[in-house]
Design a protein. Sequence first.
Length: 477
Amino acid sequence: MTWLRFLKPSVASAIDWWTARFASFAWRFTVLFTGILLLLISAIIFVLYQLSIGEISRSKQQQLNLIAQQQQLLAGQLQYSEFLQQLSLQAEQSRDWIIAYQDSEVALGDLSRVPSHLQGCPDLSSFLVAQGDDLRVYSGCIVTLAQGTLLVAFDEEDLYFLQQRFINASLVSLLLTIILGGFSGRYLSKQLLRRIKRFNQAAAVVQGGNWSARVPSTGRGDEFDLLASNINRMLTQLEHSFQAVSGVTDAIAHDLRTPLGRLRLALESAITQTPQEPITATTLEPMLKELDDILHTFSSMLELSRLEHKQARSSFQEVDLQKIADDAIELLQPIVQDRQQSILLDASGVTTIKGDRSLVFRALFNTLENASKYGGNGATLKLSLNAMGFTVADNGPGIATEFHDKVFQRLYRLESSRTTPGYGLGLPLVKAIAEFHGGDVELSNLSPGLTVTVRFRKDRSISANGRETVGTTAAFD
């Protein structure tokens, strides 16, 4: 058993090598691909064998059985002498067959005697026949007649050599298949791994903190390009989200620092003056106002988050935009009058939309309030209602085109509006409400002025007569 001790480390090394290799995707893919190719070629070889050599072998067996049955039938119909005569004649004429007969007195046919170890038809047995200096292999069977034994056999040498050639050709084909499958599988797996490596490289760059990394595309339009496109879109959204979070953080630090600082100074002043003068309601009211503004800002941010993640609970119903517009204008009228502004309402062809009344009112009021706040004194605001939502236009300074997307970010404010009260949540909330209803918000410049188009539905709305119709954004005069 000494050799087993020397063999054991070799077997363990072979198992470790195979396990390490099989852990690689390239190796597994190559083995799987080669295995499938081998099974396919083996099935083709089997079918070809059955259609060629197998068919020849079956054909010879059928002919042998027919000859044996024929002679058995003739033995029962002819006189014994006539049967022997025709048997001798047929044995002379059959070059590819051995037909022999033997009884207790005579032996006819191609053999001097019938071998005794052969099986009865249709079972075949192989035996050797000497032909000159050559020995040939025959396959045949015997039929026991009334007065003797009949042998029918065919030459198996040619079929045997044909089988050997076919087997050799099959082995060569399988060997070539293994070699071709190995190289092809290795090449294909390397191609796949090269594509996957690009995904891993992009993921590593993103993990390192560089959100601008993208997965390269080959332009072939295959599944990997589709996956790369989806991952790149996801990375773009994540990059925008992180930029938005960073912007919100900066905006909170910048915009909330001022009211919190004022509140702290007021509290500090109240504390220092407490021994000389008691704290009154007049002293606390500005502090409460500052706190209310801060709490309102955070409430708006929470509401915005719920709307963006479709977590707000709302039941849609038919909403009359004109009634909401009248309420919003009435509520905003004192502010508009203080700024010497005017609001024009265009409600021609108004339809009733499906939505949440309070959210629709919030969106319309915020849009009007924004236009009034940043339109400047003496500005003219035009509110137009249409089948999809509403449009607010003003003749104020407007917003530069490069900032149209940024004003929808939370707490984002233009430098020119830093001195105006507010926290930059008006338009983001309007956009969230529109998207919550399945719509969108679009900004366009009027030079001077700005147009804000709010659509609550992109596909359909409900008209005044209760029918669903396709709506379009109404144009301004």
